[in-house]
Design a protein. Structure first.
Lengths: 425, 322
């Protein structure tokens, strides 16, 4: 049987901590072997020249725009951006505009995503319209293949409803992603409380809002036995609340967005609407705490939180601009930036983008293991490049990293043994 | 153990929950219910056990079958039966339950059958009046005659339920029927299983002496009988259950699901049924498995039996006082 052998690669497998120069052989879409002298006659050979070979990334949070949005992000454009960014598996999260709150919606999106080159999973909306008033059909959504349940970007305001939701989700053993913000405290806010934000006259969010939400959700998870996914922790206080929940033995996992790991509130000081986010960008102290939490394994998954927006929604004064940035294409590069700055080692940086999320969802990919799916990326860890959204595969241009210099580029992305992105040709 | 073995008289002046009863009491009630069940099948249904006694059915909640069952039971035993229903009750005019109770007591009834939305209402009426009170359902607390009739109907069909595996599935949280059935099953030594979505289970359910399940197929494994509970319409589209179709998909009882249970597993429902919500319509009509109509028949007999015991005691107590 002919296969593909990638030679002279620096194999980096966060699942095992492996980091060595070797070859990797792919057959029938699976990883057949890793080591030396494993190639067979007739194999298609790829010469890696010492480039990093790692599992393709798994992104637990990207969003699309409603179908037929003029110039909007479609599944196709999203998948192209993902492939270019080295993402082999992505989860589409619900939004108020695309709530994915019925089994029909989950099935529809899954069917529509079947032809995509990138593995596409769906997070079902936890309440109809993400209004937080009643339960969505979580069980039937799970039967239709929802990977987990999410309340999108909308905090669950009503604690009584939240309790029922947690209890109901617990019965199906589904991860429930709950945005880590107190609905009332965060309502109408656009920036993290700071002197600069106060001078700028912005409506500010207390970091206690995140802590309160995590503490409440942890209590509800403890009460109901639900599996809580803290959807984007971003502050030191929030991390402390998370650590306390873990210590109590609650089944809790946490994600962090690449923006909160790579950027801080100072980046937004100029009131550039490109940096308007939810949660808002935090202080440098919070960012450092978040990086440390990635290194310690407290953060299970780093997400792109890719949010495509029309230029009109972004071209507004800071306080009125729609929050969010696209990030699928620079997710890895921004993470490698932390490695180049000596804030993280390579394995710690890749773990929450590969085996971390794979373990949460029980996926076979995200590791360089025999018989695992051949979802791989080849990375030139040092190649310099400048982000220019005119080259972006995403349908939208709202990128907080526009014009930034990066070091580290995805040379090739492979999913199930098929090359879906290749800069080497 | 039959009554003939030694002298034991039914010792209760009221029936508020099945927890008041011991296995001997239940033996007496079942034995007499068996008698009345046979009598009810003859054209000669009228007797005079309760002749001269007055029975008031005080129903603050809408009810068709329970009210009819108590009314028939009282009338067949020769009591004078009066129905007070919520629609024309004085509570609508602002009267407190205490005043209603005292007003009725002044009319000297001998038996009060009460149904109320508040847990503890039947106990309250008995405390206020001292009159023999039968709880026909108080809030989410208890419905003892339903518990008795369910186990009476089940025992008639399968024999002793001791050691048998009985599953209750549905809205356990809001169900007084579930609480009374669990009480009876515990008294009679059955192995109890409860199955519901976590939103429809009470917090303390792990202390009910039952095994708890969320997955109906797992729960049905090896069961000898299944009691499905009614799901109130107002619970189906809110924060407790997403929809009827999701409920039926995961917790609706069907012939196919019953393949996980014992081959001759019996199916019960306290009624009124939501067909294709709690139970597959065809299964409800399957006379081989379904005890649903047996339950209704057993209901009249059990209520006659309870009224007989409490009425007889009421008559005896009254003589004693005089």
């Amino acid at each position: 049987m002919t296969g593909i052998t990638i030679r002279n690669a620096r194999l980096v497998d966060p699942a095992t901590g492996r980091d060595e120069l070797a070859s990797l052989r792919v057959e029938n879409g699976l990883i057949a072997a890793a080591g030396d002298g494993i190639e067979q006659d007739g194999d298609h050979l790829i010469e890696a020249n010492g480039a990093i070979l790692a599992p393709a990334l798994i992104d637990l949070r990207a969003t699309i725009e409603p179908a037929f949005t003029p110039s909007g992000e479609t599944l196709d454009s999203l998948a192209r951006a993902a492939a270019a960014g080295g993402v082999g598996t992505m989860v589409i999260a619900p939004t108020r505009e695309t709530p994915i709150d019925t089994p029909e919606a989950v099935s529809g999106l899954r069917s529509a995503a079947l032809p995509l080159p990138v593995k596409t999973l769906i997070a079902g909306g936890a309440t109809p319209g993400l209004a937080g008033e009643a339960l969505a059909e979580l069980g039937l959504m799970a039967e239709c293949g929802a990977a987990f349940i999410s309340h999108g970007n909308t905090p669950l305001a009503n604690t009584a409803t939240a309790r029922q939701l947690f209890a109901y989700a617990a019965g199906f053993e589904l991860w429930l992603a709950s945005p880590a913000r107190d609905a009332a405290l965060s309502s109408g806010t656009v920036a993290t409380e700071s002197e600069a934000a106060a001078r700028a006259g912005l409506a500010v969010e207390l970091t206690a809002s995140e802590r309160l939400a995590i503490e409440r959700d942890a209590v509800l998870a403890e009460l109901t036995g639900a599996r809580l996914m803290v959807d984007r922790v971003s502050t030191r206080e929030g991390l402390e609340a998370l650590a306390r929940a873990r210590k109590r033995g609650i089944e809790v996992c946490a994600t962090a967005s690449i923006a909160h790991l790579a950027l801080n509130a100072v980046d937004a000081d100029g009131l550039d609407p490109a940096y308007r986010m939810t949660p808002p960008l935090r202080s440098e102290e919070d960012r450092r705490a978040l990086v440390a939490a990635v290194e310690s394994g407290m953060i299970d998954a780093v997400v792109s939180d890719h949010r495509p927006l029309s230029g009109d929604l972004k071209a507004q004064p800071f306080a009125e601009a729609a929050p969010g940035t696209i990030a699928l294409e620079n997710l890895l590069a921004a993470m490698l930036g932390l490695v180049h700055e000596d804030e993280l080692d390579l394995v710690s940086a890749l773990r929450p983008l590969t085996s971390g999320p794979a373990d949460l969802l029980g996926l076979p990919q995200g590791r360089l293991e025999e018989c695992a799916p051949a979802d791989l990326i080849l990375i030139d860890g040092d190649a310099p490049w400048v982000l220019d959204t005119r080259d972006s595969r995403s349908a939208r241009r709202n990128c907080a990293w526009q014009g930034r210099r990066f070091q580290g580029q995805v040379l090739m992305t492979m999913v199930d043994g098929c090359i879906i992105h290749n800069l080497r040709e | 153990m039959g009554r003939a073995d030694f002298t034991y008289d039914f010792p209760h002046d009221r029936l508020i929950t099945v927890d008041d009863l011991n296995p001997l009491d239940i033996g007496i009630l079942f034995e007499r219910a068996e008698h009345w069940l046979e009598v009810n099948r003859t054209p000669d249904k009228k007797h005079d056990v309760l002749k001269g006694l007055t029975q008031i059915n005080l129903f603050f909640e809408p009810s068709t079958r329970t009210l009819a069952s108590f009314e028939l039971a009282g009338k067949r035993l020769g009591a004078d039966v009066v129905n007070f229903s919520a629609a024309n009750s004085s509570t609508k005019k602002g009267e407190t339950l205490a005043d209603t109770a005292r007003t009725l007591a002044a009319m000297h009834p001998d038996l009060i059958v009460v149904r109320h939305t508040a847990s503890g209402a039947a106990d309250f009426i008995h405390r206020e009046t001292g009159i023999a009170t039968i709880n026909a359902g108080d809030g989410m607390h208890a419905h003892p005659t339903q518990g008795l009739l369910d186990l009476f109907a089940l025992t008639r069909r399968m024999g002793d339920v001791g050691g048998k595996r009985v599953l209750i599935v549905g809205d356990i949280l809001h169900s007084r029927v579930a609480r009374s059935d669990v009480g009876m099953l515990n008294l009679l030594g059955a192995e109890i299983r409860l199955c519901a979505p976590p939103t429809l289970l009470p917090n303390d359910v792990d202390r009910w002496g039952a095994e708890i399940f969320h997955d109906l197929d797992d729960a049905l494994d090896g069961c000898d009988a299944v009691i499905t509970l009614r799901l109130q319409r107002e619970r189906m589209s809110g924060a407790l259950i997403p929809s009827e179709r999701e409920y039926f998909h995961f917790w609706g009882l069907t012939e196919r699901r019953l393949e996980f249970a014992q081959p001759d597993c019996l199916v019960m429902h306290p009624g009124p049924m939501n067909r294709n919500v709690e139970i597959d319509s065809a299964l409800a009509d399957n006379r081989e498995r379904s005890l649903i109509l047996d339950q209704v028949e057993a209901g009249v007999a059990i209520r006659m039996s309870v009224l007989e015991q409490l009425g007889t005691r009421a008559r005896k107590n009254a003589r004693h006082i005089r």
